[in-house]
Design a protein around this ligand. Structure first.
Ligand SMILES: Cc1ncc(COP(=O)(O)O)c(C=O)c1O
Length: 482
């Protein structure tokens, strides 16, 4: 039983590691922060790292690695074909998930590219608890239609539902009846559902979805990129797992799925990705594409050093002291913000603290991109880089009209084992100040809008001179302080 969540029964997360290597960060004066976000087209993706104080954009590829991961990198076997490193990694994955075959790929979206190419036929439906940006883009590229069948409760921002990432079983049955099983390319469960606030999926739900898919002969895919947060919640929020080893929970998930894929920039705290399956036919079809798009089968576009780090990182992902770190820090930040009346997604999930920009900026219509505006305002006020997860992250409809997002969120991600408690307190302090002056935040509009995944490279401008007004208010309240 894991009981080291918080110490003294207070809301203080306890770090179960010590820091042995550091990176210096800069806190620029607010005028420079405004200049920096202006040069970045008011898109936090385009900021330069040197201008950022706390980088809470993502946990992708920026997690702290352990000493054992670095040590393992030294033994990497750098051969083009048949590398020992590959076989070590293959063995670890087989042991964790119990699946027969492993295909390496350079990151999560490369896996999505490969399986979408093999499994998605034009006009077929991909049913999922909730889409992820790159997943949807790859399915759509092959002519597939993504259909979300998540619980309605998922869109209830302030909720006490422990598993808002669950698939709605009625919606699943209805979709099968409506489309017919031959028109469904697969059902996809995303662990730790990214775009709705890092909300987990229960084992109870995975079992039921798997039972239905097997009965109907529909393939079930599991996106394990955010698996570790999900495992933590399975253990903490599903009473039957209170005394179960994390490895046994993971094994059971493996037994329910036809295919598992992951971004190892997240899972395993390294860089890379992979696909696992026990389905020989699927494996053979996907295998052909790996040398074509990724690299030879024993490295798949990854550096062997990263593969060694991944093998160790995956094994460390079975340790509650390791995987509890992100959720307990997310919870601590969310609780502090909730206490101050600031709207965040609850219950706290994995991945990061998610601010509800619709409530935070309730004076802005969705067409003014409140999530993008709030992410900009947070950077100006604090040097903290968050990520827009709202309408800017959606693609336009075919007729060119805006596709308004179900939720307007700003994610303040916690790279695993990177930030300290005083840095969390800084986040609370600056977000609280901004909330007090939220009426100063104005809208954004595109000046350069890419057709695909526009949130990555799109450039915007503020509607009016609200960023300058924010700076003036800051100077009034904080004087010369940074
Ligand atoms: C749930 C999920 N799936 C897939 C991906 C894509 O992985 P990658 O960024 O390695 O391409 C991500 C990345 O953030 C993710 O969070």
């Amino acid at each position: 039983m894991h009981n080291l969540k918080f110490f003294s029964g207070e809301n203080v997360p306890l770090e179960m590691h010590k820091v042995r290597m550091v990176q210096k960060i800069n806190l620029l004066p607010i005028e420079k922060r405004l200049q920096s976000i202006s040069e970045a087209g008011f898109n936090t993706f385009l900021l330069k790292n040197l201008d950022i104080f706390l980088d809470m954009l993502t946990d992708s590829g920026v997690n702290a690695m352990s000493e054992m991961q670095y040590a393992a990198m030294l033994q990497a076997d750098d051969s083009y074909a048949g590398s020992e490193t590959y076989y070590r990694l293959e063995k670890v994955l087989a042991d964790i998930f119990g699946m027969k075959y492993f295909l390496p790929a350079h990151q999560g979206r490369a896996c999505e590219h490969i399986f979408s190419q093999v499994m998605v036929k034009p006009g077929t439906h991909a049913l999922t608890n909730y889409h992820f940006t790159t997943t949807k883009a790859h399915i759509a590229r092959m002519g597939g239609i993504v259909e979300e069948i998540i619980l309605d409760e998922a869109f209830n921002i302030q909720s006490s539902h422990p598993f808002k990432g669950d698939i709605d079983i009625n919606k699943l049955n209805e979709a099968i009846k409506k489309h017919g099983k031959d028109k469904i390319c697969f059902v996809r469960i995303e662990a730790g559902t990214n775009l709705i606030g890092g909300q987990p999926v229960s084992m109870k739900n995975m079992r039921e979805v798997s039972r239905i898919c097997r009965k109907e002969n529909i393939k079930l895919i599991f996106d394990a990129s955010l698996l570790t947060d999900n495992l933590y919640f399975n253990k903490i929020r599903e009473p039957e797992f209170k005394d179960t080893d994390i490895k046994n929970i993971t094994r059971e998930i493996g037994s329910l799925m036809d295919m598992i894929y992951f971004s190892s920039r997240k899972l395993g705290a390294a860089r890379g990705g992979g696909i696992l399956t026990s389905d020989e036919d699927l494996f053979i079809k996907m295998r052909e594409l790996v040398p074509l798009f990724e690299g030879f089968l024993t490295y798949g576009g990854m550096s062997v050093r990263e593969m060694e780090a991944m093998a160790v990182g995956l094994q460390e992902s079975l340790d509650m002291d390791v995987i509890s770190q992100t959720p307990i820090f997310v919870e601590a930040l969310c609780n502090e913000l909730v206490e101050r009346g600031i709207p965040v997604v609850t219950p706290p999930g994995g991945l990061g603290c998610h601010l509800d920009a619709k409530q935070f900026c309730d004076h802005l219509p969705q067409t003014d991109y409140p999530s993008g505006a709030l992410a900009t305002a947070i950077f100006i006020a604090s040097g903290i880089r968050g990520m827009e997860r709202g309408t800017i992250s959606e693609a336009r409809n075919d007729d060119g009209s805006e596709h308004l997002a179900n939720m307007e969120l700003v994610r303040l991600a916690f790279p695993k084992r990177v930030f300290t408690l005083s840095q969390v307190k800084y986040v609370v302090d600056r977000v609280t100040w901004l909330y007090k002056h939220r009426s100063l935040i104005g809208g954004l509009e595109f000046v350069e809008e890419p057709k695909v995944l526009r949130f990555f490279l799109g450039r915007l401008k503020p509607k009016g001179d609200w960023p300058q007004n924010l700076v003036k208010q800051f100077r009034k309240d904080f004087g010369d302080s940074l």
